[in-house]
Design a protein around this ligand. Structure first.
Ligand SMILES: [Zn+2]
Length: 248
């Protein structure tokens, strides 16, 4: 559904005045409206029927994505994009049916500025939220509130923390075992319909990063939400296993 929307938006992209706008052609007339590329589409619901449901919403922030994970009337935000991304993340919170005040947790997968860049602004808006990250990255993340160190196996908001060092020493991934949803940060990347390993250009320790990618392939994952790349909705475990085989 998301892809179809995105495609139709791109097809109708045109330049008019300042910024990109989308042209909607109706019969003989044509109208240009604001580009809605980054505004929210309907959130995805996973396992909502059995009461343990998770609702996730992607904030597409150009080259990188952040995610809102909601349960009932509360939410966690995973990653914050580059500096200046807070408004789009706020749109994703709204699209999940919630307000900034409902955000209880902000989890940063790693220290890189395209993931931690808007942390200060997001925490300013999400005044009820605590913030956490992997210990080894905390010193390199600027935050107005103390960052809690979360280690492998920790649970926060019903989400399991999976230490995935290598891309950065303190890199973590976030797994919802009930909904089978994995948020990978940059431990692995989306690549077409599949999964690619961490980008060597930006990865501090490829040997460790490779082990971490293999570790993710052992999880019972159905949906993957990448820092970079289109989410995989369904069959994600096979895609991870396929990658793991190529890693030797
Ligand atoms: Zn990174």
């Amino acid at each position: 559904m998301g892809r179809v929307h995105e495609l139709s938006r791109r097809l109708f992209l045109c330049e008019l005045g300042k910024g990109a706008v989308a042209a909607v052609v109706l019969g003989a007339g044509a109208a240009c409206v604001e580009d809605r590329e980054d505004t929210a589409i309907d959130p995805e619901r996973v396992g909502a029927e059995d009461g343990g449901g998770l609702v996730w919403q992607r904030a597409a922030l150009g080259s990188v994505s952040a995610y809102v994970l909601a349960r009932g009337r509360q939410a966690a935000i995973v990653d914050t994009g580059l500096k200046g991304s807070e408004a789009k993340i706020g749109d994703a919170v709204k699209a999940a049916g919630l307000e900034w005040a409902d955000v209880r947790h902000v989890i940063v997968t790693h220290k890189h500025p395209d993931h931690a860049g808007s942390l200060a602004a997001v925490l300013a808006a999400a005044s009820n939220a605590t913030v956490s990250a992997g210990e080894a990255d905390i010193g390199a993340i600027q935050s107005p509130r103390p960052i809690e160190a979360i280690a492998d196996g920790a649970e926060i908001f019903g989400l399991q923390i999976v230490a995935t060092p290598g891309h950065t020493p303190g890199h973590i991934s976030v797994f919802d075992a009930g909904a089978h949803v994995l948020v990978t940060g940059d431990a692995v990347n989306g690549s077409g319909d599949g999964v690619a390993g961490p980008n060597p250009q930006y990865t501090e320790d490829m040997a460790k990063a490779t082990e971490s990618a293999k570790k993710l392939a052992a999880l019972d994952v159905d949906t993957i939400l990448f820092g970079h790349g289109e989410p995989i909705k369904g069959g994600a475990r096979q895609a991870l296993e396929k990658l793991a085989k190529t890693l030797g």
